[in-house]
Design a protein around this ligand. Structure first.
Ligand code: HEC
Ligand code: HEC
Length: 506
């Protein structure tokens, strides 16, 4: 009963391995030169893989293995909570010796998912701590139990630090009835009140006070103007007409406007773009997907790759693309990493995630929709995963002849906005065919989250310039067409409604 990770596949010998004592996983080495060599997809326009930091550099980083605890809104902190946190002292986030069964590992992974913080943003500065504990207003959205969304206390050897959630910041959704769904995409600004994102200004101030570059993963570069930071995070120097050049002269106010607009659809991640945001994907079902990110920036060959991706976005970004080095010599990385076993447990937990109970019944209407679906959609959204696990070409992208054999490409384009795939550092030229499982609880559709409902997605009006997108639209734009993915739009209104009814049952 071992998990043998060949670097390609996770093989468990016999289903009886689950839940039995003696689960002795062979944990893949997360930063492994051999596994990293062909992991990333070449970037469009450069036709080169982004560089990764070396194995040596990765493992030279200090290991951080600390539990974190919820932050309560002012006035909601239980009696004695703060004192108990002081007395608790640093505790291990993961302790390998205590994990005997696969369930133990998954439970440990849940803790990593819920508790892992943005290591580089921990602060012991009393100013922020007092503001959070005693401020007149909670700096973040309060959840029904009185805790604050996205914030964590971290007992360290130097005292209790304030920090912010990592994976669970963006990859947790609250259903309208308050149910917390781990792995489902967190919803962005509209139509919710912007209060949901109140925590961002505080994160921004902590970042600036520490000299951390905007965006994740972290690099330290104190005192740079915001425009310089934004260009480092999002600039694409190999493109002659790089639209991100304009970010160089951006002010804090410009940045906030861009960020707010992007968040109506997605979240601009490092190497992505606030001008071409990426929707937060659903992590439920990730186990069955062959590629990571909307643009398939990385392969997902097994548990090691999911661990690698978690490490990459937490502390291992190199930000080098062929001759283009986005961070200069004066820039420091925080030099922190979490233990490999924490990432392994996290990945097993992500693999174990299940969707919430679906309230939509499969009725006659949905059955009619299924027939139409089989005719119009199933060649790409192949059941039972509702994706063929293939890539499509972004509009205008010519596939390089020497593309890696690991990319399974349908030689066609669905014609959606090519910005993320062609004009950013996450741009590979491809968009993957997404799985449609769970579309009923997601609130944004297409890679940029420009569509806010399935009705909008399957309404022909969205192809017109007079359309008012329900999700992402650029700053200052009220109406514009959401192009592409014309499938189903030619059908009668009732037929489209049937397809939507069917989609809601998946
Ligand atoms: C600030 C928000 C944010 C945080 C924090 C965050 N993610 Fe994500 N994640 C995103 C967004 C946005 C994307 C889509 C990026 C893209 O496609 O370019 C994404 C993509 C992913 C994907 C690819 C899924 C797919 O189907 O393509 C995985 C896996 C993932 N994140 C896991 C994690 C893990 C694990 C952590 C914690 C270590 C984490 N994320 C932290 C926002 C976030
Ligand atoms: C030729 C392949 C293809 C066909 C046929 C196709 N799709 Fe898609 N579908 C895609 C691709 C590729 C995307 C992602 C595009 C993007 O994000 O830019 C997508 C996205 C979607 C999304 C948004 C999912 C999300 O999470 O963002 C839905 C919903 C959807 N398709 C449903 C359908 C339905 C219903 C049909 C038939 C009426 C259909 N598709 C036909 C390839 C296809």
């Amino acid at each position: 009963m071992r998990i043998l990770v060949s670097g390609l596949l996770l093989t468990v010998t016999g289903p009886e391995a689950y839940g039995q004592p003696g689960f002795q996983p062979e944990i893949p080495r997360v930063w492994d030169e051999a596994a990293l060599a062909e992991w990333a997809t070449p970037v469009a326009g450069l036709n080169l893989r982004p560089k990764h930091i070396s194995e040596k550099e990765y493992y030279a980083q200090r290991v951080e293995n600390l539990r974190t605890y919820p932050v309560y809104a002012p006035g909601r902190e239980p009696e004695g909570y703060w004192r108990r946190l002081q007395q608790t002292g640093p505790r291990a986030l993961i302790e390998r010796s205590e994990l005997k069964t696969e369930e133990d590992w998954i439970r440990a992974g849940k803790r990593v998912f819920d508790e892992m913080d943005l290591l580089h943003l921990r602060t012991l500065d009393r100013k922020y701590i007092n503001e959070v504990r005693n401020g007149s207003e909670a700096p973040s959205r309060m959840l029904p139990d009185g805790t604050l969304f996205g914030m964590r206390w971290v007992p360290t050897s130097e005292g209790v630090a304030l920090s912010f959630s990592n994976c669970s910041f963006c990859h947790v959704k609250f259903l309208p009835d308050g149910t917390r769904v781990a792995g489902a995409p967190f919803q962005t600004v509209a139509p919710r009140p912007p209060e949901t994102f109140r925590v961002w200004p505080l994160i921004s101030r902590v970042q600036l006070s520490k000299g951390v570059l905007v965006g994740s993963p972290p690099f330290f570069m104190p005192g740079e103007p915001i425009g310089t930071q934004l260009y480092r995070a999002y600039g694409v120097p190999w493109r002659k007409d790089d639209i991100h050049k304009s970010l160089k002269s951006a002010t804090q106010t410009d940045y906030e406007a861009l960020d707010l607009a992007a968040r109506a659809g997605g979240i601009p991640r490092w190497n992505g773009s606030p001008l071409f945001p990426a929707k937060v994907p659903d992590l439920i079902g990730i186990k069955d997907r062959k590629y990571i990110d909307h643009t398939a920036t990385h392969l997902h060959r097994g548990v090691g790759d999911l661990m690698r991706y978690a490490a990459l976005v937490t502390s291992a970004e190199a930000a080098e693309f062929g001759p283009h080095k986005m961070v200069g010599k004066a820039t420091r990385r925080p030099g922190l990493r979490v233990p490999d076993e924490a990432l392994f447990a996290l990945a097993l937990y992500l693999y174990s995630l299940q969707p919430p109970a679906n309230p939509n019944v499969f009725d006659a209407r949905a059955a009619a929709g299924q027939k139409l679906f089989e005719r119009e959609c199933a060649r790409c959204h192949v059941p039972p995963l509702y994706t063929s696990n293939q890539l499509t070409l972004a509009e205008g992208f010519e596939m390089p002849k020497n593309r890696p054999a690991s990319l399974d490409v349908l030689p066609l384009t669905v014609g959606t906005d090519p910005g993320l795939a062609l004009r950013t550092r996450k741009g590979t030229g491809y968009y993957k065919v997404p799985s449609l499982k769970g579309v009923w609880y997601r609130e944004r559709y297409l890679h940029d989250g420009s569509v806010a409902s399935l009705e909008e997605m399957f309404h022909p009006e969205r192809l017109k310039e007079t359309h008012e997108p329900g999700g992402f639209r650029p700053v200052g734009v009220k109406t514009r067409a959401i192009p592409g993915h014309p499938f189903g739009l030619h059908l009668k209104a009732e037929e489209r409604a049937q397809i939507v009814a069917f989609l809601r049952t998946l």
